[in-house]
Ligand binder design. Structure first.
Ligand SMILES: [Zn+2]
Length: 141
């Protein structure tokens, strides 16, 4: 399995090199020490009012990701971007931030976030659980 080195200990959301959740299993591991990561959702901070956070149980590092960044490895999401000329594996994460549309916490389940991905005129509405799982992905036409 390829391991991509992380450039910064605590990446800001749009600078996260690769999500620690980009694994076939959905449990995250700390890129610094491979400790198990916790999981939670913050909705009270600017400039990113909705962020998932992943505190390491071992070294105390806390990773943060914007909701769209938790599912950029998903085949449906990759295909959506590819159709618009963007290869996710070859594109720096910060260049994708402008494609992230509105985000909202799903009422009734505080761990889930719904957001839009916008590529030109194309919009896809996604729901995620913060653990790298894409719960729904619907394209609007
Ligand atoms: Zn750690």
């Amino acid at each position: 399995m390829d391991r991509v080195p992380f450039g910064r200990p605590v990446p800001r959301p749009c600078e996260a090199a690769l999500s620690p959740l980009h694994r076939e299993d959905s449990e995250g591991f700390c890129p610094l020490c491979w400790g198990a990561l916790g999981h939670g959702l913050r909705t009270d901070e600017e400039p990113y009012p909705i962020q998932y956070y992943y505190p390491c149980s071992q070294c105390g590092t806390e990773l943060r990701l914007l909701p769209p960044q938790t599912v950029m490895h998903n085949p449906s999401v990759e295909a959506f971007y590819r159709e618009h000329g963007i290869e996710l594996r070859e594109t720096p994460p910060w260049e994708l931030c402008e494609t992230y549309g509105e985000m909202r916490v799903v009422s009734g389940d505080e761990s889930r976030v719904e957001f839009d991905l916008r590529l030109g005129d194309a919009v896809a509405v996604s729901t995620v659980d913060g653990r790298g799982t894409l719960l729904s992905f619907e394209r609007e036409s």
